[in-house]
Write a protein that binds this ligand. Sequence first.
Ligand SMILES: [Mn+2]
Length: 250
Amino acid sequence: MVRTYNVTTRAAPFSSLMVADIGDVHVNLYNVADSCRRIREAYQRIMAAGCVPLTLGGDHTITYPILQAVAEKHGPVGLIHVDAHTDTGEQALGEKIYHGTPFRRCVEEGLLDCARVVQIGIRGSSYTPDRYEFCLEQGFRIVLAEDCWLKSLAPLMAEVRQQMGDGPVYLSFDIDGIDPSFAPGTGTPEIAGLTTAQALEIIRGSRGLNLVGCDLVEVAPVYDQSGNTALLAANLLFEMLCVLPGVKPY
Ligand SMILES: [Mn+2]
C-alpha cells in the first residue's frame, strides 16, 4: 500500500501528479563507460517523455550520465548536493569515471550553472590536500558539516532558494551526507554528519524551486542489516516527491 499524504507538510503528491515506478536501468556490471551510456540513453527517453526523474542509486557515478540527459533538455542546471564529499576528484586508479568524480565531469561538460551550486554536509578525510580548491574556483558554495551542527538548516535553505532563483535545479542527495549513526549502510561513512531532521529541512526547504530531477544515492543495504538506511532513503525520496513543482496540499 502506498502512503499517500505527508501529514507534516500536507503535500499530496499522488493526487497532484502522475507518479510511476518505471523500474531499473540495466547497467553493464563489467564496464563503467557502457553503464554510463545505458543510463544516459534511458534518461534521455525519460526526459523526452516530459518526466521529472527521481532516482534511487546506485553509487554517485550515476548522477553524471543522468545530468547529461537532464542538461540536454534544460541547459546547465543549479545543483543542491548533499554529501560528506564534494565528488569533484580528477581520477582514481587512472579512471576518470567513478563515484568520486561525477561533478568534475559535469563541470567539464558544462552541465552545471556553477554559480547555482551548493554542496552541504562536506567533511572527513580526502585523498588530496586541495580538497575544495576546484569547487571554490568554479564558484560553488560549500557548507561544511560542522557549520550545520546543532542548528536548524531552515535559514541556510532560505539562502539556497535565493541562490537557485527560478532556473532549473537538480537535487542530488548522497546518503553519506547523513551521520552514520542514522545511515550506516553506505560505502564511505564519515562521522559527525547531518541528522535526519536536517535532511528533511534541506528537502522541504527546496519546495518552490524549479526542481527538474532528484536522486538519492550510495545506499548499500548489505552494510546495514537493520534495514534502517534503506528505510531512511525511501522516506527521503518520498519527501523529494512531496516538493516537486505542481504538488498541491490536501
Ligand atoms: Mn557522493
